[in-house]
Design a protein around this ligand. Structure first.
Ligand code: PMP
Length: 455
């Protein structure tokens, strides 16, 4: 079956793709990416794109970092695999644990390694449940997440995820998972409600939920500092402060899902620093290794570690772990990647070039098809509407985003449509000039779409 982006006809019948209209895909085929170079990727026909999503919010250092290739190759040659079960380990994972604890935004006791963001969030859930059992509080199992939050796709992590697409067809969420309101001022605030008043209302909503369930049954709250896949939702002023005050009142653990925000994205090493979040468990992946190799990790504080470690808990050792968790090649790549982020001050770049990106994208806010531009550092969302006053979609939700996203791709930039919000999350090495090229492509796409929508 021939498809447009390939130099040769490829048979597309044998690969089921994620989040893809399967029947349509049989006709059009995938955009086949063959090569990467800095912030660019190149498809099979030789067309080059700015990868403005860093390949699913991932590739901090760009797509052609020789030092990560060398780190992987050297580790492959020396020790291609070993595990971390039952008092075994290897140098890269020992060093990475030490490094992560040393750069944690709050005091943390231990690092624990898994292979994906979903697995890490499953692991967080099991640690929380184990802890409640160990503390003799077996009724304390409920975990509160947020509508539009994204925490992964396994049975447990998809339950935490608050997006209908990840739940309805799978009979999720499972028991003990609850969802509270989304901190999206543009969509969910009342007319004339200030950011602070909106944040207060969300904190009240959380407290009411806790009281209705019984505080003694609620173990933890999980949230992303900035929601990513839910449409780049930046919380309103004072939100995290107020949420944390409620959690502290009922002694409820806080899990920060830093899978997207971690390692510079918001202009600080962690999103927790940008928003004053003090988590008990911090979950990370993606930019940890720039996704050159799969790896994820949790940092846990003494409150979580103590009951897991304590011999007196009568439950036995923490019976959980993955064969490839903390894989030596992944850990070696992650260590080198963190070195690069520090040496090249990519966190500083996210702050300065990020400010430029926010400024340039905000210039689009006046466009007739743009409802809201939001973001911080090098992550942003541009929410599209057909009717600005009514904040109303074109045809159905997602149609305008798909249309404009297609034109952006034609213009040589890869962005991501979520609902009707276009996501921008370029590699942290992007320059101001490249940001300008990216924004020009977006502006041109909006102008191309306009007569179709308003015509
Ligand atoms: N948490 C967040 C905040 C994420 O953005 C993602 C992935 N987009 C995940 C968890 C799940 O990670 P993975 O796809 O590696 O399972």
């Amino acid at each position: 079956t021939a498809h447009p982006n390939s130099t040769e006809a490829r048979d597309v019948r044998y690969h089921l793709h994620s989040y893809t209209n399967a029947r349509k895909h049989e006709e059009v085929g995938p955009l086949v990416i063959e090569k990467g170079d800095g912030i660019y990727v190149e498809d099979a026909s030789g067309k080059r794109y700015i990868e403005a999503m860093a390949g699913l919010w991932s590739v901090a250092v760009g797509f052609s970092e020789q030092r990560l290739v060398d780190a992987a190759t050297n580790q492959m040659k020396k020790l291609p695999f070993y595990h971390t079960f039952t008092h075994k380990g290897h140098s890269p994972v020992v060093d990475l644990a030490e490094k992560l604890v040393s750069i944690a935004p709050v005091e943390m006791s231990k690092a624990y390694f898994t292979n994906s963001g979903s697995e890490a969030n499953d692991t967080a859930m099991k640690m929380i449940w184990y802890r409640s059992n160990a503390l003799g509080q077996p009724q304390r199992k409920k975990i509160i997440s947020r509508k539009r939050g994204y925490h992964g796709v396994t049975i447990a992590s998809a339950s935490l995820t608050g997006l209908p697409n990840n739940q309805i067809s799978f009979d999720l969420p499972i028991a003990n998972v609850l969802h509270t309101g989304t901190p999206h001022h543009y969509r969910d605030a009342l007319a004339g409600e200030s950011e602070e008043a909106f944040a207060t209302r969300l904190a009240d909503e959380l407290e009411q939920l806790i009281l209705a369930e019984g505080p003694e049954t609620v173990a933890a709250f999980i949230g992303e500092p900035v929601m990513g896949a839910g449409g780049v939702v930046v919380p309103p002023a004072t939100y995290w402060e107020k949420i944390q005050a409620v959690l502290a009142k009922y002694d409820i653990l806080l899990v920060a899902d830093e899978v997207i925000c971690g390692f510079g994205r918001t202009g600080n090493m962690f999103g927790c620093q940008t928003f004053g979040i003090r988590p008990d468990i911090l979950v990370m992946s993606k930019q940890l290794s720039s996704s050159y190799m799969p790896i994820s990790a949790l940092l846990i504080n003494e409150k979580v570690y103590g009951p897991l470690a304590d011999e007196s808990n009568r439950i036995g050792t923490f019976g959980h772990g993955f064969t490839a968790g903390g894989h030596p090649v992944s850990a070696a790549v992650a260590l080198e990647n963190l070195k690069l982020i520090e040496e090249r001050d990519l966190v500083g770049n996210a702050r300065t070039v990020g400010a430029h990106m926010q400024k340039r994208l905000h210039e689009l806010a006046d466009h007739e098809l743009v409802g809201e531009v939001r973001g911080v550092g090098l992550i942003a969302g541009v929410e599209l509407v057909a009717d600005k006053a009514a904040k109303a979609p074109w045809k159905n939700v997602g149609a305008l985003g798909t249309l404009v996203n297609g034109y952006i791709q034609e213009n040589g930039v890869i962005s991501r449509n979520m609902g009707d919000t276009l996501g921008f999350c370029p590699p942290l090495i992007i320059t101001e000039k490249q940001v300008d090229q990216m924004v020009d492509a977006v502006k041109k796409a909006l102008d191309t779409a306009l007569p179709q929508v308003k015509g």
